[in-house]
Design a protein around this ligand. Structure first.
Ligand code: UN1
Length: 496
């Protein structure tokens, strides 16, 4: 018997109108069914949007500091439930417990940070060009926001979307990824236990074409926040553009770590291992290209291979495991496909490159940590996102060469430089075309109070986290109060 989860609409648990469901399976062990979820369509989305629109009428009038109190309590309750929620998340997503605890913690951090905004949400006052006239700009909620979340950060990323939206006074309809819906249930259940009124957040589960597309298209949804693949993001963005809807897209990366000849090699190796194989490489910030100064390239490669081969791949629920499974068949097939592509292109496979099928591994989507050397900048393995435990080693002549290789891709999310030279570090900070640059740290591990997002084809210019999120979940209202008691006409030039 598995638990059946229904959609959350207007505070009620409701089955999909079609009666269709789907199962959420543990990627480490396919015998373990995490739950049965509703396979929703446009009619369920319409019900959820109607409920959100109704709830918004009251929520938008609730003072922001009161809205924020719900977030503070949410953070506190999440902390109490962290272990259970982390275990649920490892079961549905696969990443190791140390990381799923971190994912819940990231939601706690977001709750506290965004709750603080309840007593800020600063607007601006501005001098008017006319006498006895007062001018100001206020942050107003957008309305009902549609959210489409990915599976790799099943609680953190929904929290990046929901919490700022809520403190800003919006109502939400969220569609979690079909591989990891339970963590969104845990998050939203916590919001409700913390006092969120019914209907302010609604959950509709299901697949992209049936449930995601109608959410983007629904006229009652005023803005869309999407995190996922570039392929789907393009469709979401194009649809939203045709409807003139604000749309935040957070998509792929092909994140470079540059290691110069003066770097602390041991530190860079540790960073590379974590950046490339943490979360089984399934982060949009994952380190997927390592650009090595030619003087240290051979030594680095040899040591990285030894460390990668020592990683323990297995069920994330086992505290000894360092690398969990991939999320599903499609992802592991993508890793396999890119191993084939890279080999054909002439890259040299140093380790991994295959599924692990022996013993307990046979029950899940396990892929061996994979390293390619002799990768050149224009190879597909150096250009395209794999979203798996596959990393490419490239060589450079020096910083200028490294920067041009790092920037020579369509993406621009995260980057990193290892060097002890502060001058070269600041040059890299200035010249790396990316939304995030780390010095002497790998490309992963962004903190929630700083803007998160990328340039070029990683996104469409919006940011999650930090103040970037407030800019997306509010719209400016400019207000003019004329206390002169007479008609003052702006932009009238009498030629006097
Ligand atoms: C993602 O990779 O999709 O910066 C999000 C990080 C995490 C979030 C990653 N805090 O690596």
């Amino acid at each position: 018997m598995t638990t059946t989860y229904k959609n959350l609409i207007g505070g009620q648990w409701v089955a999909a109108r079609s009666g269709k469901t789907f199962q959420n399976i543990n990627p480490a062990n396919h015998d373990d069914i995490v739950g049965t979820f509703q396979s929703s369509d446009a009619s369920d989305v319409a019900d959820a949007v109607a409920a959100a629109s109704e709830a918004w009428k009251t929520w938008r009038l609730t003072p922001a500091p009161k809205r924020a109190e719900v977030l503070y309590r949410t953070g506190e309750i999440l902390l109490e439930r962290k272990e259970q929620y982390a275990r649920d998340m490892t079961r549905e997503m696969g990443k190791v417990l140390a990381e799923t605890r971190g994912d819940v913690q990231e939601a706690v951090d977001t709750a506290y940070y965004m709750a603080g905004e309840g007593r800020r949400l600063y607007g601006q006052t501005t001098p008017s060009e006319l006498p006895n006239k007062f001018a100001m700009s206020l942050r107003m909620p957008v309305g009902v926001v549609g959210m489409i979340a990915p599976w790799n950060f099943p609680m953190a990323i929904p929290s990046w979307k929901l919490f700022p939206a809520l403190v800003c006074g919006n109502a939400c309809v969220i569609k979690p990824a079909e591989d990891t819906p339970l963590s969104t249930y845990n998050l939203v259940q916590t919001l409700m236990d913390a006092g969120l009124p019914p209907g302010v957040v609604n959950i509709v589960t299901g697949f992209g074409p049936e449930a995601g597309a109608p959410l983007v298209e629904h006229p009652g949804v005023r803005a869309i926040s999407f995190t996922g693949s570039s392929e789907v993001g393009r469709i979401v963005g194009q649809t939203a553009a045709g409807l003139f809807k604000p749309c935040s897209l957070e998509m792929g990366g092909k994140n470079a770590m540059i290691v110069l000849e003066d770097a602390n090699l041991d530190l860079a190796l540790e960073g590379a291992l974590w950046g490339a194989f943490g979360t089984t490489g399934q982060r949009c910030t994952a380190t997927s290209r390592i650009i090595l100064h030619k003087k240290i390239a051979a030594e680095f490669a040899e040591k990285l291979v030894a460390r990668a081969e020592a990683l323990k791949v297995g069920d994330g629920l086992d505290e000894q495991t360092q690398v969990g499974p991939q999320i599903n068949q499609q992802q592991i097939e993508t890793s396999e496909r890119y191993v084939g592509i890279a080999t054909k292109e002439g890259a040299k496979l140093l380790t991994g490159g295959k599924r692990l099928r022996e013993g307990a591994h046979g029950k899940g989507w396990f892929f061996a940590p994979t390293i390619f050397s002799e990768v050149t900048p224009n190879m597909r393995i150096a250009q395209e996102e794999v979203f798996g435990p596959v990393v490419s080693l490239l060589e450079c002549e020096g910083l200028e060469d490294a920067l041009s290789i790092a920037n020579g891709i369509q993406y621009g999310l995260s980057t990193s430089l290892y060097s002890k030279d502060v001058n070269r570090a600041f040059q890299a900070i200035r010249d790396l075309e990316a939304g995030i640059t780390y010095i002497n740290a790998p490309t992963i591990g962004a903190e929630v109070h700083l803007p998160f997002g990328g340039v070029k084809q990683t996104g469409n210019g919006h940011r999650e986290g930090g103040t970037g999120a407030l800019d997306f979940y509010t719209t400016w209202k400019s207000v003019y109060v004329d206390y002169s008691d007479k008609l003052q006409r702006a932009q009238i030039d009498t030629g006097e």
